[in-house]
Design a protein around this ligand. Structure first.
Ligand code: NCD
Ligand code: ZN
Ligand code: ZN
Ligand code: ZN
Length: 391
């Protein structure tokens, strides 16, 4: 195969620490196969499939299935994320050691969609994780602080009377788990950081030498709460779209390394659960196929990152944080390559039905972007060529 890369940017294959693939349980919205195609088209060579499937990925049976199915599809390495606790309302720690030793080699455990309320349980999880050499990912939500909260967040949400999810619900957990990680000597990763206050807490914690890392989603780099004006459920997401000043703080934090990397939080939902009134909608947005375009627009265009920096936040840092030695780095001569080719001057318009995901509702519908992934190589094999999936 000859790839004409004239005028294009060659990057290490992207690594997404935060992808929801919905298998098992909601294959009507995404499968490991459809999500793998979306990931490859987005330039990814490794994704981490979050644990809030149905049933929850709290046992080696499920985490091994996820890994094996991903290898069978062969478009991207699908690394299973294990649940920290058993079940959604977990009161006890899951068998992390068993999942870590399985075929799927679980490297990260998350409480995504089922936040660990109990600080003692989180302390034990962090202590255990540090002994096992795995990472705990914190979904960064204290759901008890959304109860009775008057504003979802931001002036538009307040005016429209959208309740719940104030910034305190995020920041209090970030502060709590930074301190717990410090005392446990563990590493903690903050999922979808969304507020200026979280950025300040990350600065403080890193300054103390705490092993804390964080990701930001493409949608929190681009969209703000003014999008809620229409009451359209497509804009509903956890954590919510926040204020323009938060967006600015997140962009700056990603450019100076306070926020380490981009995580898509790709979260497909059925049309009937999104194309509805805001308060009826499920939270979550598609993210894999639009991530690079959004990072180019929000970070490269305004000069906050150069392409070297994009390689860092989309590939090197996530690979390093989660421990994937074969991803996110330059390759030695003769070594099979994980690579992503980007056309930095390719205009394209997002059309939901053209996306590879099963669900195809997106808040980016009809938006035009200026950069696009044109080819992806997984261990030397093209998974995408000329913007088309190579099965
Ligand atoms: C996620 C989902 O749908 O699985 N939704 C979301 O809004 N981010 C769960 C989550 O991460 O909260
Ligand atoms: Zn949590
Ligand atoms: Zn989450
Ligand atoms: Zn998520």
């Amino acid at each position: 195969t000859v790839i004409d890369a004239a005028g294009q940017v060659l990057l290490p294959g992207f690594v997404d620490m935060h992808t929801h693939l919905r298998e098992p349980g909601r294959e009507d919205t995404e499968t490991i196969e459809s999500g793998s195609a979306a990931a490859a088209l987005g330039g990814y060579t490794a994704v981490f499939a979050m644990a809030n499937t149905s049933p929850v990925a709290d046992s080696v049976v499920i985490t091994d299935h996820v890994w094996r199915r991903g290898q069978e599809v062969g478009l991207v390495d699908v690394h299973p994320v294990g649940a920290v606790t058993v079940g959604l309302e977990g009161k006890q720690l899951a068998e992390m050691a068993t999942m870590a030793a399985g075929v799927g080699r679980v490297k990260m455990f998350s409480d995504d969609g089922h936040c660990v309320h109990d600080p003692l349980l989180m302390r034990r999880a962090l202590e255990y994780s540090s002994a096992l050499g795995v990472l705990i990912a914190q979904h960064a939500e204290e759901p008890r602080l959304t109860v009775g909260a008057v504003a979802h967040e931001g002036p538009t949400a307040a005016r429209l009377g959208l309740g719940g999810w104030p910034r305190s619900a995020e920041e209090s957990i970030v502060a709590r788990d930074a301190i717990l990680a410090r005392d446990a000597g563990a590493r903690v990763h903050i999922c979808h950081a969304s507020t200026a206050g979280t950025v300040e807490l990350l600065k403080w914690a890193k300054g103390q030498g705490i092993s804390i890392t964080a990701e930001v989603t493409p949608h929190h780099l681009l969209l703000d709460d003014s999008r809620l004006e229409t009451y359209d459920g497509v804009n509903r997401v956890n954590p919510p779209l926040r204020e323009r000043s938060d967006v600015e703080a997140l962009r700056k934090a990603l450019s100076d390394g306070t926020v380490d990397c981009v995580g898509t939080d790709h979260a497909p939902h059925a049309d009937q659960d999104k194309c509805c009134e805001f308060s009826q909608a499920r939270p979550g947005m598609l993210g894999l196929e639009t991530a690079l375009a959004i990072v180019a627009q929000t970070m490269v265009e305004p000069g906050l990152l150069d392409w070297r920096g994009v390689a860092k936040v989309m590939s090197e840092r996530p690979a390093e944080i989660v421990g994937l030695p074969d991803q996110g780095r330059p390759i030695a001569v003769g070594e099979p390559a994980n690579l992503t080719l980007v056309d930095p001057a390719r205009e394209w318009t997002v059309r939901g039905p053209e996306l590879a995901s099963v669900a195809n509702n997106t808040p980016f519908e009809a938006m035009t972007f200026g950069a696009k992934v044109t080819a992806t190589l997984l261990r030397g094999r093209p998974t995408v060529l000329g913007g088309q999936v190579q099965r």
